[in-house]
Write a protein of this length. Structure first.
Length: 378
């Protein structure tokens, strides 16, 4: 960072405060909001914004602003996509200063209801290894003077601080995921080795009781209890299936899909027919493959819980830049449109983070078709 180019003690202290945010385990959006606010106020900028690029590298996963109230933001609508001068700081990974956007050839203009902005200072948000996470940009100094070199040095340092905050947040999330993965494995093992075995033991004892001379009313109650035990065991098996982890390291995606279909048949009693492309035609990043497996696991779990299906067809295809997963079951179906349940939100959220989407088609008596897509290079 260019500390030597920052001569104002107040600015240096504010930058140090921003660096201390790296060790704060708070919400990432809140931390980034503090950074863009501090940078804007210290430079004396009327407006500021910070955008983090999503997994598809074409949209923003986070966007926080300074100086634009909520009413104006709602009128503006969608967040920017990094076109024009905004994208230059990301593509070039270098600061951009513009005295007057109206006369700048790289400017893409402003949407309706957007405040008029003239001077511009944008810097990339850099990770520790130099990757560009997004950009931090300010517009219009309150004193009407264009941004200068010291402004650029300060804001560049805040951009680097934002990158370190994001790096640290991603590291914490990864560590939490590892801990959660280990805990899930332990929980699945305990459910299978202890809980299910005990339930089987209780069910066996009840079945033995049915072989003796008992009152018909008691026999009915025992049969109902056995039905409840069977339902509970099936629910636990579905839960174990849900919390198992999908790791494609050392395995191809197609091999793991085949293994999952066998797992579904064994644990959940649903026959799965696979329609898969040749390995030579399938290219997808490990990140995309891992999330595709997790999406399939969630779809099959929903089928086991709600569809009352005996069969499901799983088809995987490559369509341009997308990996397309289609799952059709022969269950009871439902009336569209589907409600905003957590399962659907999770599937759509996972797909959109990878540059795809998730759609569901269903009618009563004809089963359900789920189509889930993701960019293969995500």
């Amino acid at each position: 960072m260019s500390f030597r180019r920052i001569t104002d003690p107040a600015r240096l202290h504010a930058l140090i405060d921003a660096m201390l945010l790296i060790e704060t385990d708070a919400d990432l959006t809140d931390l980034l909001g503090l950074i863009v606010t501090a940078a804007s106020q210290l430079v004396g900028a009327r407006y500021g914004a910070l955008g983090v690029v999503g997994g598809d590298r074409a949209s923003l996963s986070r966007f926080v602003t300074y100086g634009v109230d909520e009413g104006v933001s709602s009128l503006i609508g969608a967040t920017p996509h990094g076109h024009g001068v905004l994208g230059e700081t990301i593509v070039g990974a270098a600061p951009v200063r513009v005295a007057d956007l109206a006369h700048y050839p790289g400017s893409a203009g402003f949407p309706t209801h957007h405040p008029v902005m003239r001077s511009f200072l944008g810097v990339p948000i850099l990770a520790g290894d130099g990757r560009v996470f997004g950009n931090l940009y300010l517009t219009d100094r309150e004193d009407g003077v264009p941004f200068d070199e010291e402004d650029e040095a300060l804001v560049s340092s805040f951009g680097r601080a934002a990158g370190l905050v994001i790096d640290q947040a991603n590291l914490r999330a990864h560590l939490r995921e590892l801990i959660l993965s280990e805990e899930r494995e332990r929980l699945a093992r305990d459910l299978h080795d202890t809980v299910i075995q005990r339930l089987f033991g209780v069910g066996l004892a009840l079945q033995i009781t049915l072989g003796s001379e008992i009152d018909p009313a008691d026999r009915d109650r025992i049969n109902r209890a056995l039905d409840e035990l069977d339902g509970t065991i099936q629910e636990i098996r579905t839960t174990i299936f849900e919390i198992d982890q999908d790791d494609v390291d050392g395995e191809t995606l197609l091999v793991r899909l085949a293994a999952m279909s066998d797992e579904v048949a064994t644990r959940l009693g649903i026959k799965v027919d696979l329609d898969l492309p040749d390995q030579s035609a399938l290219e997808a990043s490990a990140h995309c493959a891992r999330h595709t497996l997790r999406a399939l696991r969630e779809i099959l779990s929903n089928i086991a819980r709600h569809a009352r299906a005996s069969e499901a067809n799983v088809a995987l295809a490559v369509e341009g830049p997308l990996l397309v997963l289609r799952v059709h079951d022969n269950g009871v179906g439902f009336h569209a449109p589907v409600g905003p349940g957590r399962g659907l939100r999770n599937l759509r959220g996972r797909a959109r983070e990878l540059g795809g989407d998730c759609t569901i088609e269903s009618t009563p008596g004809t089963g359900t078709l789920v189509e889930w897509t993701a960019r293969r290079d995500a």
